[in-house]
Design a protein. Structure first.
Length: 119
């Protein structure tokens, strides 16, 4: 089992920054890939960014490229999402998730953290 706890959400003005953190426990964090997802009201959940187990490979949805950065600190069992130049369209509940078997399927999820960007 893997437990994931997110933190760092909040209210920010457009153009501002936030850093989300997700701390994992329960299995060897360094061996699994991680992703950040978001879900806005009335919209489907979408993957925002993903990072490989080693941290050497990252991917982003087009809408956040150049603004968001995902990183993984295996020593701290934590994955981060640095969000810069935030836009009102980034408002959503953000979730981290773990792909522990490296099969491209996220089996474990955090409880979510609200990010609200005001215009």
């Amino acid at each position: 089992q893997v437990q994931l706890v997110e933190s760092g959400g909040g209210l920010v003005q457009a153009g501002g920054s936030l850093r989300l953190s997700c701390t994992a426990s329960g299995r060897t964090f360094s061996r699994y890939a991680m992703g950040w997802f978001r879900q806005a009201p009335g919209k489907e959940r979408e993957i925002v960014a993903a990072i490989s187990w080693s941290g050497s490979s990252t991917t982003y949805v087009d809408s956040v490229k150049g603004r968001f950065t995902i990183s993984k600190d295996n020593a701290k069992n934590t994955v981060y999402l640095q969000m810069n130049t935030l836009e009102p369209e980034d408002t959503a509940v953000y979730y981290c998730a773990a792909d522990v078997d490296l099969r491209g399927k996220y089996d474990y999820w955090g409880q979510g953290t609200q990010v609200t960007v005001s215009s």
